[in-house]
Design a protein around this ligand. Structure first.
Ligand code: 3E9
Ligand code: MG
Ligand code: MG
Ligand code: MG
Ligand code: MG
Ligand code: MG
Length: 354
């Protein structure tokens, strides 16, 4: 077994915060997973020690507690799909069958009253989630929530095809699909619902606001790849991770790939801060609040990743620094050499600093 890759303190310019009810939220999510029988009993015993509720409480430190709970239950549900179906299950190497099952689940999310998949634990859990989302969200937010689930499902089908073939994608494809396959794009509807505001569709779909969401997905999934590399590379299963992609793309050692991944996320973090400052000046109150909520999601992922047993894995300890850095390792204002996302840099004039 290779020695554990040492993850250094990573740049964290956003202040930490957690919802005061995080303990109760975490306990309720464990009970919810039991009630709906999500995953196997053994899987559930592991998952409920991983502070999923604390993660949700960090994403929405000032959110409405009921919505934090919906998000928390939804994250454990997503892990039920991602671990249970995709990474450890039979469907994870059968993209066509996976697409069929996920399409049925999508129908349950859109129309919880249909009798499809009755008694299936993930479907029954999803029925409960969709009823709660529609209670706390507007009709448009509920529809957006279903769409984000579809984006995620489409991406896991893509991933399943790579898993089945044992193939590692190139960096450009990976950067594009990782915007969705980490389920990070399902979080933004909860940022609105949790605080009771609504972005106008023309605002949400504007290039700058969409880019801010994509940058958030990039940073949070690059961070996930950095912090979960230990768990993923020691496991028996196929895994897709930016460190592995960079090793292949550029012929790097794991350590060199780690350094490169950190530089990439730091460069995007600097751009996110500049774009946030620009939108603070130019955006509506809702857009300004949304950018602040995206920032909380970024910091939440960092704080949860360095502390959750999911990634520290005490039985075979990961070498993760529990602290952060106040300086980026890469301050270049040049676009990353990744065509699918390099347009982000067109949105902030080079003269502008955060
Ligand atoms: C993440 O990728 C898989 C998602 C299903 C996790 C659910 C979490 C969220 C919706 C919030 C986003 C947070 C992240 C990216 C943790 P992967 O690499 O399979 O996750 P793992 O925990 O196994 O490293
Ligand atoms: Mg705990
Ligand atoms: Mg996954
Ligand atoms: Mg995973
Ligand atoms: Mg409503
Ligand atoms: Mg991971």
């Amino acid at each position: 077994v290779r020695p554990a890759l040492a993850v250094p303190p990573i740049y964290a310019p956003i202040p930490p915060a957690v919802h005061p009810s995080h303990k109760a939220i975490d306990a309720r999510t464990a009970a919810w997973a039991d009630r709906f029988n999500i995953g196997s009993p053994e899987w559930r015993r592991r998952l409920v020690t991983q502070d999923i509720g604390v993660f949700a409480a960090r994403i929405l430190p000032e959110g409405r507690e009921e919505v934090v709970s919906v998000l928390s239950d939804f994250v454990i549900w997503l892990f039920g799909v991602d671990d249970g179906y995709c990474e450890e299950g039979e469907l994870g190497i059968k993209p066509g069958e996976l697409a069929a099952t996920l399409s049925q689940l999508l129908r349950v999310a859109q129309n919880p009253e249909v009798t499809m998949l009755s008694g299936d634990p993930l479907a029954e859990g999803l029925r409960d989630l969709t009823l709660r989302v529609s209670r706390w969200g507007t009709a448009l937010q509920t529809a957006r929530w279903v769409d984000t689930l579809r984006e995620y499902f489409f991406a896991v089908v893509w991933e399943a095809e790579h898993r089945a073939a044992g193939r590692i994608p190139g960096l450009n494809d990976y950067a594009l699909m990782r915007l969705y396959v980490g389920a990070t794009s399902v979080v933004p509807p909860f940022l609105e619902m949790g605080h009771g505001y609504e972005l106008q569709p023309y605002e949400r779909e504007s290039k700058a606001v969409r880019a801010a969401g994509e940058m958030t997905s990039f940073i949070t999934t690059w961070d996930n790849d950095i912090y979960s590399h230990h768990k993923e590379s020691r496991g028996a299963n196929y895994y897709l991770n930016v460190i592995r992609v960079l090793e292949h793309e550029y012929g790097l050692s794991p350590n060199q790939a780690l350094t490169r991944a950190i530089a990439q996320r730091d460069r995007v973090m600097c751009l996110f801060l500049s774009l946030r400052a620009k939108l603070e000046d130019e955006g509506s109150p809702q857009v300004r609040q949304y950018l602040g909520n995206l920032a909380s999601f970024i910091r939440a992922t960092q704080d949860w990743s360095v502390s959750s047993l999911r990634y520290t894995t005490p039985d075979d300890p990961a070498a993760l620094s529990p602290s952060f850095s106040d300086r980026p390792t890469d301050t270049s204002r040049e676009p990353l050499d990744i065509p699918s996302i390099s347009w982000w840099w067109d949105l902030v004039p080079a003269s502008r600093t955060a």
